[in-house]
Design a protein around this ligand. Sequence first.
Ligand code: UDP
Length: 391
Amino acid sequence: MICTAVLLCGIGYGVQKKREYVPNVIVGAGLSGAVMAERIANEQGQKVLIIEKRNHIGGNVYDYKDENGITVQKYGIHAFHTNNDAVWQYLSRFTEWHDYKHQALAETSKGLVNFPVNLNTIEQLFEAEFAQEFTKRLIDKFGFGQKISVSDLQNDEDGVLQKGANILFEELFKNYTIKQWGMKAEDVDPSVIARVPIYLNRENAYFTDKYQGIPAQGYTEMVKNMLDNPLIEVRLNTDWREVRDNLKYDKLFFSGSADAFFDYKFGKLPYRSLAFEIKVFPKEYYQPMAQVNHGNAPRMTRSIEHKKQQKKKAPVTTVSFEYPEPYNEKNERYYPINKPENAVLYNRYMQEAEKLPNVYFFGRLGDYKYYNMDQAVARALELYRKVFKAN
Ligand code: UDP
């Protein structure tokens, strides 16, 4: 029998359940989902239901206080940075900021050096004479204060620049990239390595953005404040695919992975995942900086000493050791993999999505884009304005 209305079917056979109606459903309580929910509830005054598979809000920015009162970022280090005034002002409505400018060190054959590479790193890593010549040529060619990618420099026609870049690549980028992505470094999209350029300055800063910080009470608290509206309901421990047939909505905002939404009908979108080993050490500090990169260690890529991001005092210290691994459905999706064949597969899913006029994909997973936090927020704000024709 073809049912034309749920209620009619229900009367006839007593099997069809009436679907729960909510005008807006959002899948995923991460940063993207939280922005969308906040805007719809606070600005449109409409109800929002958020469906979240995990047992907490915040997605991969989730953090928690451990037994020693140290805030641990469960899914790896998140240092907020942006040049986008609107994004900074928007998030600042929900949090105060702990003044934190991210810095890192990297382990090399010459010991710990500043990372991303800058002119100090070059002095730390090379013999004085070569360092001087390398620096001089870099500045003559590109200008003090500029940034360049190590891969571009490896292809430079100047032999000294090429030699310096090749050594930097071997010491700092090659093995880290192989471990991080599980493929040859040359197969990784150049934009990925260009995220950490060579800075022709001496600032020892991971980012050069105008605004930088960590939410004073943590990311989870910030997201909680965003969702603090009686019009927003969050259902944790709930898999979208298990509840979708019970829901009716006008608009669905999906920040999960598009392949799952379409029951993987064209195949799986690949992701890279991470495993963390979290240890507490009975000493005040474990390492000299919040982040130390270990490019040439066998499996580990980074160690993160959480309290160094918070300037927290405690007699013990909590450290996360980070190990990249393939995504396998038992772990979490962290990184979309930027390869042409994955873009083709993603676009096939998006062609299906176009047939569903009230379904919107967004977020790092939904857009299958390696967004930074500020980009995810900007994207969610932009989508909100487009869909609701808001300012
Ligand atoms: N990278 C590297 N060596 C490092 C740090 C980063 O080769 O010590 C490369 C690696 O390919 C990585 C990319 O630069 O995937 C981007 O690094 P970023 O720190 O932005 O990664 P995220 O914090 O997003 O994991």
